[in-house]
Design a protein around this ligand. Structure first.
Ligand SMILES: [Zn+2]
Ligand SMILES: [Zn+2]
Length: 383
């Protein structure tokens, strides 16, 4: 029922012995006596459905155990969009948590940008997943987290800059939501394709700092924020689609309304080409990135946190706080970055000075771990 799924099922049929006689007929599953039902995109093995489930689940368990992703008793927020990756992730974590006694308190965490008419279908799929998996779902809106819906932002800042706002807010929204849920960990549905893409992108940009950590299964540790985990980092996107299909999982194809940034598009095309030529390339890109050692004397920007809201930022004041400051002071266009680097510095400096002045009245909510930025903090404290 979804275009990319249809394409994969065709591949499936092509992989079955009847449909493609020129290929060596496989009468038996690679692992058991049963008839094979698919060829695994990752390994090329012809396998039956049950052996595919078994292998896919065992590999995810292995990823979780080998990177010591979770500890017993932890609350894990699963960043869920209603799309295939996060739906498979939620199903797998629930299954493995019960099978291997991880002892985790699993929660579904979703973000609603507040765009009328958009997200409805994917949030409906998510509500059905909440019922079928029996995992409590919390939906935070941009209004809960920032005090503004995207529709309101568009009215204030105009249509042209909506991608800037939404992108910046979205990057931080799951961290903020997980903070509100008092989660110890935030698990996201990033798959092997996503990770390989990010590795290639950081390599092409010469961004050694990001390259050194982008393939890690657990990131953003320390600093009081929930660490981010990627249990599906070795799972191929094609296999996630197959798993969802054979398990009949209920999801909605949520292609982002906004085209991926141009540079990521190039990296994506390159990685897909490499995978077509040699499926193992995807895995090898990730494994190579994991093995890279960096010179310890090289200057690397430290992963830091925003001095106003306390969430991850490479600048003293994060982009979300800068944009919110623009919105709340009635100057949204100024904040989008049309201004020079010099005046951006001045704005950050002014915000820090203002925050220092307001600190006495800081509400001390979850949104304001390191002091209070006023509006952002007050908005976060609302929910
Ligand atoms: Zn089998
Ligand atoms: Zn901030």
């Amino acid at each position: 029922h979804q275009p990319h799924q249809c394409h994969l099922i065709l591949e499936l049929q092509a992989a079955s012995p009847q449909a493609e006689p020129q290929r060596q007929p496989q009468r038996r599953c690679r692992f058991c006596e049963k008839k094979p039902q698919l060829r695994r995109p990752k390994t090329g093995h012809a396998v039956c459905r049950d052996c595919f489930f078994w292998a896919f689940e065992a590999e995810t368990h292995d990823t979780i155990v080998s990177s010591r992703m979770f500890s017993p008793g932890e609350r894990v927020a699963i960043g869920a969009s209603g799309g295939k990756d996060s739906t498979v992730l939620a199903y797998l974590l629930k299954t493995l948590n019960e099978r291997h006694n991880y002892g985790l308190d699993l929660r579904l965490l979703a973000i609603d940008e507040g765009i009328a008419g958009y997200r409805d279908d994917s949030l409906d799929a998510l509500r059905r997943t909440e019922v079928s998996l029996g995992l409590p779902l919390t939906i935070f809106t941009y209004r809960d987290l920032y005090g503004w819906t995207m529709d309101e932002v568009v009215r204030a800042a105009g249509r042209r800059s909506n991608c800037t706002f939404c992108g910046v807010f979205r990057r931080q929204a799951l961290d903020r939501g997980a903070g509100h849920l008092k989660a110890d960990k935030l698990a996201t549905g990033h798959n092997a394709d996503d990770v390989a893409e990010t590795v290639v992108m950081n390599l092409l940009r010469g961004d050694a700092a990001r390259l050194s950590r982008c393939a890690d299964g657990v990131t953003h540790t320390g600093g009081g924020l929930p660490a981010r985990c990627k249990p599906l980092k070795y799972a191929y996107e094609k296999e996630i689609v197959l798993y969802a299909y054979f398990k009949r999982l209920d999801y909605f194809a949520t292609e982002c309304l906004y085209a991926p940034a141009a540079y990521r598009g190039h990296a994506r095309a390159l990685v897909k080409d490499l995978e077509r030529a040699r499926p193992a390339a995807l895995l090898h890109i990730i494994q190579a990135a994991e093995q890279i050692r960096f010179r310890t004397d090289a200057r690397m920007p430290e992963l830091d946190t925003c001095r106003l809201c306390g969430y991850v930022s490479s600048q003293p004041v994060c982009k979300a706080c800068v944009l919110l400051d623009g919105l709340n002071s009635g100057n949204p266009r100024l904040a989008v970055g049309k201004s020079s680097a010099c005046s951006a510095k001045q704005q950050q400096q002014r915000m820090l000075t203002d925050a220092g002045r307001n600190r006495a009245q800081c509400c001390g909510s979850a949104g304001a771990r390191r002091g209070c930025s006023g509006s952002a903090c007050a908005a976060a404290a609302d929910s």
